[in-house]
Design a protein around this ligand. Structure first.
Ligand SMILES: [Zn+2]
Length: 104
């Protein structure tokens, strides 16, 4: 599966070995370079930082800033013709089917 993350040293693809829900807005992932000659491993964080459009079912505990219009434009450009982000989220789900999201 291609999810767009590459090794910072050798530029080979990296895979998510495991991930942990730290918080509703933050997930920590442990990454491994797929190039056996390199062998680098990483810790990474995936954080929800802004609201692009508000939820119809808002959680009162979640207070996120509304993305400025320039950020929303960038997001729309990124979403058009690029499905790598969805693949990334699929990969995280596959690594840890048990959701451990805590209270906000
Ligand atoms: Zn590497």
């Amino acid at each position: 599966m291609s999810y767009g993350l590459i090794c910072a040293h050798c530029r080979a693809k990296v895979r998510i070995r495991s991930s942990l829900g730290e918080h509703l807005l933050l997930r920590t992932a442990y990454l491994q370079c797929t190039n056996e000659a390199c062998g680098a491993t990483y810790r990474a964080a995936f954080e929800i930082t802004h609201t692009l459009s508000p939820s119809a079912m808002p959680n009162p505990a979640i207070q996120l800033p509304l993305a400025p219009s320039a950020m929303r434009r960038d997001a729309m450009r990124s979403l058009q013709g690029d499905d790598r982000q969805a693949d990334l989220l699929d990969e995280i789900e596959e690594q840890e089917p048990q959701h451990t999201a805590g209270a906000a």
